[in-house]
Design a binder for this molecule. Sequence first.
Ligand code: ZN
Length: 313
Amino acid sequence: MTRPILFLNPAFKQMIWGGSRLKAEFGYEIPGDKTGECWAVSAHPNGDCVIKEGIYEGKTLSQLWKEEPGLFGNSDLDRFPLLIKIIDAKDDLSIQVHPDDDYAKEHENGSLGKTECWYILDCPKGASLVVGHNAGSKEELEEMIHQSKWSELIREVPVKKGDFIQIDPGTVHAIKGGLMILETQQNSDITYRVYDYDRLTDGKKRQLHVEQSIDVITVPAPSAADSVRSALDLPENTLNELITCDYYKVWKLEVTESVSFEQTHPFMVMSVIEGEGMINGQEIKKGDHFILPHGFGTVDMQGKITVIASSVQ
Ligand code: ZN
């Protein structure tokens, strides 16, 4: 028996820094012109994706994870482990940091921590991201934060389209206005906001989490050069591994003719970020997100398609 490809309907999030490129460039029906996030593959209660078609149509991904564990390789994890987003940052996101699993478990009701990574879909010339900081010790970090020495503290690194960046827990980071990013992360929504540019939403500032941030920020920060790599000109028609960490594996696949491979992972998530083509007889195009279940067998793809794929170990 062949298992079906699980196509998903995304969930959308309005954000003060969001825009309308998720409609203009990906064709999604977005809820408004400040749509910052498309939760494309998610079983998180804050945005649980619904299966689009086929025998599981209408079920949420979290439901399917519980009812049909065989689709995901009978994992012993208690929830679907990944969350894939497309982010449209019209304006700067807050400067933030995420806890690791241990800290989140203790301080955030048993939630998971958050390790995430970014593939830059598009950005203006001369774009940059905030990755890391310049404090040499915890004391210096606290002083710089409490005295609002943001320009001294924050480390900006230049980036371009096709760059790939891993953000480990404890890394101060921020996406800057003008960037579109595909994010692969742990299934968690725990963010500590260090600084929000003193912006107001409905006359109020968003909540900051200064003490938690100081607790979890890694000091000193690892070098910026270690965190950014180009993933633009990789070999075509093969799965190129971008990262393997404790929580996920991420690949980039650029199909220009045809490609055939075995799906040997517990499941494989795919997000089409460019082009159109076919997968095992079904049409796919930019903006489609789907899961190849466990035991899917041979994957056959044709056309001109760029995909970011992920799985767990
Ligand atoms: Zn983050």
